[in-house]
Design a protein around this ligand. Structure first.
Ligand SMILES: [Zn+2]
Length: 520
């Protein structure tokens, strides 16, 4: 929009100065008002989490949520709403029942979740004592435990390090932290690539873990108990315990226990107190359709010159299975769906086409977005690009939990700093004012960045993401913060719409060299 500044000069001349801003303030005000009054972001989140349940890639829960999202996007008037296969994923898997209890020296139900892609404990109730594996290195493990685990309930000795927590689970960025991010220099690659001692420790731990997995796969214990070191207060961080690959055998039954339960069992067994457990774990593998799917829909552009160009937005729909993937990442999907709903509801007419994609296979390696980008835009290995690569102005992603937006990671692209800073202006009073040259990793915008398409993640307050919800049984609806998700919906809508309306596309970084030449 153009702002008019009227200057009456002494001589009687009247001069109009046109100061051009890069967004239409009246549209931004409409977006803010609509989201404040009629937000549906929590209704969308309710459907994706409480109603649907967990959304592990290729599971019935994922496909149900994907169908719901597709139908809902179509009902709002988006076009081409569909599930698009991105390639072969592997087996689907679902937890059907998970009961584990201690029956001796006294009865105690235990907090337990089956680990993804592991088998159940069989038809009958499993009962037995526990083999406590006390080994820190692969050689001891193989020497002392080969031939001793078949049909047993087993657990690995963990260090007993639970302590009361004196720090809050939830936090927001302090102004000082945001200031540091804003002043950050581009990251130094060489420093990041230096091998370190902790890398060596990590490699040793990885090797031990591989030996343990091999031992379990050959010995086939009846049930493997595991504990995640960072779970406290009944929170269990549970991911996979086996392979989803079609040609890999199914892994033996394995559950994640709460650390308090696990360490109690461990202390009792170590002290020689007889301990008995009973367990009934039922899981199901699905092999009918091994393809992975993304959910896609569009708002067609209206400008004859620009409608072939595309603004993309998305988040990953797949989740882990102990909770309902509320903060990871129903939050991001709900905000992205709310964004396109707002644009349709307000009757905004984007010049460029807006395309939303809800990914799958993110948790296993950004599979949905990587394969989508490879099919439609180019292969980062060879940097051979399709003509459509040149038509995507930008991709916006949200995948850091429920926290409100505090700014944008520029992903090393300083050419967008002034523009994004200006686009944040109407949201400064809502806490969003920071742009940082920093990269942020770990999620689907990287797939776009890898082939030279500007891909961005927003800076979000962490709230309880790393401490409590991310990949845990506590990743549920009640850990979502409605006001934060409304704020995020407002800002993402503004960014997406501004990108659709601007005369030029978003400026790009130089195209990266083919990954094959960079030694990846
Ligand atoms: Zn995520």
């Amino acid at each position: 929009m153009r702002k008019f500044f009227l200057f009456a000069l002494a001589q009687g001349f009247v001069i109009f100065l046109f100061a051009q801003t890069s967004y239409d303030a009246s549209v931004i005000n409409k977006i803010k008002a609509e989201e404040q009054k009629n937000s549906q972001v929590m209704d969308i989140a309710f459907q994706l989490t409480d109603v649907n349940g967990p959304r592990l890639t290729a599971s019935p829960g994922f496909l149900k949520a994907a169908e719901w999202a597709k139908n809902t996007l179509a009902s709002w008037g988006l076009t081409n709403a569909r599930l698009e296969p991105w390639g072969d994923f592997g087996k689907g898997w679902e937890q059907e029942k998970c009961y584990v209890a201690m029956t001796k020296p006294y009865y105690a139900p235990l907090i337990a979740y089956a680990r993804a892609w592991t088998q159940g404990t069989g038809k009958k109730m499993l009962t037995g004592d526990i083999v406590l594996i006390n080994a820190n290195d692969s050689a001891t493990l193989v020497q002392q435990y080969t031939g001793k685990l078949k049909g047993k309930i087993v657990m690995l000795m963990m260090s007993d390090t639970l302590r009361p927590s004196f720090t809050a689970d939830a936090e927001r960025y302090a102004d000082t932290s945001l200031y540091k991010m804003a002043k950050a220099e581009p990251p130094n690659r060489q420093a990041a690539n230096q091998p370190s001692r902790s890398n060596n420790n990590f490699a040793a731990r990885q090797a031990f873990q591989r030996t343990l997995t091999n031992l379990y796969n050959t010995e086939k214990p009846a049930l493997i108990l595991t504990m995640s070191a960072r779970g406290t207060d009944g929170t269990v961080f549970v991911q996979s315990g086996g392979s989803y690959m079609k040609d890999q055998p199914e892994a033996p039954a394995s559950v994640g226990l709460s650390s308090d339960d696990y360490l109690r069992l461990q202390r009792l067994v170590k002290a020689g107190v007889p301990v008995n457990l009973e367990a009934d774990v039922k899981t199901k593998f699905f092999t009918n359709d091994t393809k992975g799917y993304n959910v896609i829909a569009e708002i067609p552009g209206t400008d004859p010159q620009l409608k072939d160009q595309i603004v993309m937005l998305g988040g990953h729909l797949d989740s882990w299975h102990a909770g309902t993937g509320a903060t990871d990442n129903a939050a991001g999907c709900s905000v992205m769906m709310e964004t396109v709903r707002l644009i349709k509801t307000l009757g905004l007419q984007p010049k460029r086409t807006i395309r939303i994609v809800l990914w799958s296979g993110e948790e296993q390696g950004l599979f949905g977005s990587r394969n989508y980008v490879k099919t439609h835009f180019g292969d980062p290995q060879t940097m051979r690009l399709t003509p459509d690569q040149a038509k995507v102005s930008a991709y916006y992603n949200l995948d850091n939990g429920t926290g409100k937006i505090r700014g944008v990671y520029l992903q090393g692209n300083d050419k967008v700093r002034d523009l994004f800073q200006e686009w944040l202006t109407p949201f400064n009073d809502m806490g969003a004012s920071t742009t940082t040259i920093n990269n942020t990793g770990g999620t689907d915008h990287l797939s776009f960045d890898a082939v030279g398409i500007p891909g961005f993640q927003f800076i979000q307050d962490a709230i309880e993401y790393d401490t409590r919800t991310h990949h845990s049984n506590m990743d549920t609806y009640d850990h979502l913060v409605p006001e934060d998700l409304k704020q995020a919906s407002t800002i993402v809508t503004a960014f997406v719409f501004n990108t659709a309306q601007r005369n030029e596309m978003i400026p790009r970084k130089p195209l990266p060299a083919p990954a094959s030449q960079r030694g990846f």
